[in-house]
Write a protein that binds this ligand. Structure first.
Ligand code: ZN
Length: 767
């Protein structure tokens, strides 16, 4: 029990020492042994031989002290070192030599983290283990100075750096892409390394290695250093990434996007640290030959002096005529003496050996007869044939060799003064309409070059149907006529009504107008005519078309005209009196000519509505001579003639006269007919004229309530010279103020017009 008291005091003292003297304390729970490992302390880095030391006190006495690394005993420490400090702190042990020490050779262990601890065995057999220190063993370290990561290297590259190893450097290997390529020489003076790591006591830690980069393909690689210490430990430094670029070059000509022809000198330069074995030329990826290497290139030498190569140039004569015209890629592929290939980026060029132009026909032109197709063609390899195609089909071969000094002047490099071609194209072999003319050249080397298509219109046969025009109303026999031109000659012209052939027109009428307009057809008798009996068809709408067949057998149909057949479609000729320089009677600011025209237009509208064909001697305020009015009606073969006038008393003095009067023709020997000998006094014409005059006069009186001045015969020019029943009506007196006021109104004019129109209708009910 007394002993316990003693130990209580010891513990107290130990605690006091721990707190105030900072003497570490450890006591076994089971034994009366305490100790401490002074070195190494946790967190330190060890190299070479490191002293492990501390002290141990055991009341039973210390049997042995073992040193453990990572839990394994590595040796026994010497025990008995003088430790007066320990004796002073623990006087009760009466032990002045409690120290232990052990020389630990750290090179026996792999670099890295380890635990070191000390284990004591007392003479009483009790084992006490002191807590372990965690330390780092760092015997081997180094650095790869060059080549640095990211650098580009070529030729023989000095790989160098330094390495320190406490166990001694066994060997330093150089690895490329993780494979050993050689062993570096070790022992280069590196005072800088010694200064930084004096504890290694090594002033010759440098290593170097001559790396032949030409043994590797150009591109990215990794270089790494692996050291093996004399203790057998292997240390690998992190790899540096570098780019090897031993072989590179340039294609000077042809430049990208250029157009080449004939034999093209292809040239550039190439540098290869391993030496150039060959330079191949490829077109569109296929080998076409090997360039000559060794041309003087002082410019390249100047730019890349490290290659020490003044003859880096290459050249190749490329025969472009071996390739079809168009876009191609040119590629240069170098093979080094190290067997590695380097390919330059593809160059895109246009080969244009064959070029030409089709001068005629131009696009959009209209062709007929035999057309000269001509142009020119140049081909470095020679022109074998020039074919002319229509709509994609070969129609013949052009003759080549026409003198074309203009082409030679423009393309002197082709040295060809007879590049012209020509071909007589017989367009009558083709249907009229749109066609494509193409010219295709076949070169002596077999390549085919097509000149852009020309869109043309062939028009060998064309014509026009002059009568009847669309909208016409026909009655009885109608003269269907027009003209037709056909370069192949007109075989026949058929008249088609409603899609059915009704007959063949006579061809060969003189048509000077057509000849004047189309002199190139040289045909003055292009007219045709055909008498169509419209009465053979029911009244109503019909189509009339003309179909021509050429002597080449090609049929051309003119667009159909739409007409109306109406056997009751009588032709009325309305003649508003006076006009233009002849105003007729004038009163109160009004002119007779204008009143006549106003009423005539209203009659025209009413009769057109009834299906009649209506002609007018004038439709505006223009002058027409009296005789011309009859000539017009006669030429038109009008069925009746109605002349509309406004009355006035002679000299205009008597302003009281009023009312309506109408006239038919009455022969007067003082006024012989000028153009109407046959019909002017024909009794039938006179009888019909009187009937027409009466119908109109009666209606006018009835509709207007005007004063009836009756009907009478007279030899007015228009009544005399018109070759059909004719009447002339005086619709009222312009110089009578009150009648004039009526005549100028729309409503009164409507009454007069309706009276005339109804008179016409009544007349045709009789005749
Ligand atoms: Zn008159």
């Amino acid at each position: 029990m007394k002993l316990n008291k003693v130990f209580a005091v010891i513990f107290m003292a130990a605690i006091v020492m721990f707190l105030y003297l900072k003497i570490p304390l450890y006591a076994s729970a089971q034994t009366t042994a305490i100790g401490f490992m002074d070195k190494p302390v946790s967190g330190t880095s060890l190299i070479g031989t490191q002293k492990v030391y501390g002290w141990f006190l055991d009341v039973s006495g210390v049997e042995k002290i073992e040193v453990l690394v990572d839990g394994t005993v590595v040796g026994e420490a010497f025990y008995g070192d003088a430790r007066p400090d320990v004796q002073k702190a623990y006087p009760q042990y009466k032990n002045g030599e409690a120290g232990f020490h052990y020389n630990l050779d750290t090179t026996r262990f792999i670099d890295g983290q380890h635990s070191i601890s000390v284990r004591s065995t007392g003479k009483d057999g009790q084992i006490t283990t002191l807590p372990a220190s965690t330390i780092t063993i760092d015997n081997a370290l180094g650095f790869l100075d060059g080549p640095t990561s990211g650098s580009t290297v070529n030729g023989t590259q000095n790989v160098y750096g330094w390495f320190l190893d406490k166990s001694g450097v066994g060997k330093i290997e150089v690895l490329m892409d993780d494979a050993v390529v050689g062993q570096a020489a070790y022992g280069d003076a590196r005072p800088d390394v010694l200064k930084f790591y004096p504890q290694y006591k090594n002033g010759n830690a440098g290593y170097h290695f001559a790396l032949d980069t030409t043994k590797f393909t150009d591109g990215q690689h990794t270089v790494a250093i692996r050291e093996t210490g004399k203790n057998g430990q292997v240390t690998t430094l992190p790899a540096n990434t570098l780019t090897i670029d031993n072989a590179f070059g340039f294609l000077d000509k042809p430049s990208a996007g250029s157009t080449i022809n004939g034999t093209q000198n292809l040239y550039g330069w190439f540098l290869d640290h391993s030496g150039v074995a060959k330079i191949e030329v490829l077109v569109d990826g296929a080998l076409v030959g090997q360039a000559v290497y060794g041309d003087l290139r002082p410019d390249v030498q100047k730019f890349y002096p490290t290659f020490n190569n003044g003859k880096a140039g290459y050249h190749f004569a490329l025969d472009t005529t071996k390739f079809p015209d168009g876009q191609h890629t040119v590629t240069i592929k170098e093979t080094g003496k190290n067997g590695y290939g380097t390919t330059l980026t593809n160059r895109t060029v246009t080969i244009d050996n064959a070029l030409g132009f089709l001068d005629k026909p131009v696009s959009g032109s209209t062709l007929y007869g035999t057309q000269n197709v001509y142009g020119w063609f140049l081909d470095e390899s020679g022109v074998e044939a020039i074919e002319v195609l229509v709509d994609g089909t070969v129609v013949g071969q052009a003759s080549y060799g026409d003198a074309r000094p203009d082409v030679e002047r423009f393309y002197p490099q082709y040295n060809n003064g007879r590049a012209g071609f020509h071909f007589a194209l017989d367009t009558t072999k083709f249907v009229d309409g749109k066609h494509i003319v193409t010219v295709r050249e076949i070169s002596k080397n077999g390549t085919v070059t097509t000149i852009s298509d020309r869109s043309i219109t062939i028009q060998n046969a064309f014509g026009f149907l002059d009568s009847p025009l669309t909208g016409a109303t026909l009655r009885g026999d109608h003269n269907v006529y027009g003209w037709f031109l056909d370069k192949s000659g007109v075989a026949k012209i058929e008249v088609i009504v409603d899609g059915s052939v009704v007959g063949q027109a006579a061809y060969g009428d003189t048509r000077a107008d057509v000849q004047r307009f189309y002199p190139e057809f040289n045909n003055g008798k292009a007219g045709f005519h055909f008498t169509l009996d419209t009465a053979k068809f029911p009244d109503g709408q019909h189509t009339i078309a003309i179909r021509e067949t050429g002597k080449n057998g090609i049929v051309t149909t003119l667009p159909a005209n739409t007409v109306t057949f109406n056997q009751k479609a009588y032709k009325i000729f309305l003649d508003p009196g006076h006009g233009g320089s002849d105003p007729g009677a004038v009163a109160g600011g009004y002119k007779e000519a204008n009143l006549n025209l106003a009423v005539a237009k209203k009659v025209q509208a009413l009769l057109l509505n009834q299906g009649y064909t209506v002609y007018m001697s004038r439709i505006d305020n223009t002058y027409v001579s009296l005789l011309d009015r009859s000539i017009m009606a006669n030429n038109l073969k009008a069925d009746i003639f109605i002349s509309i006038h406004t009355n006035s008393t002679a000299g205009g003095g008597d302003t009281s006269a009023n009312g309506i009067e109408s006239y038919f023709y009455e022969f007067d020997p003082d006024y012989p007919s000028k153009i109407n000998d046959e019909w002017h006094d024909n009794p039938d014409r006179i009888a019909k004229s009187m009937k027409l005059t009466t119908f109109i006069q009666q209606n006018m009186i009835e509709y207007t309530g005007a004063n009836n001045r009756g009907t009478d015969g007279d030899t007015f020019s228009v009544l005399r010279e018109s070759a059909m029943p004719a009447t002339l009506t005086e619709i009222g007196f312009i110089n009578n103020a009150s009648e004039r006021q009526k005549l100028i109104t729309d409503s009164y004019q409507n009454k007069l017009a309706k009276a005339i129109a109804d008179g016409v209708i009544e007349y045709f009910k009789v005749y």
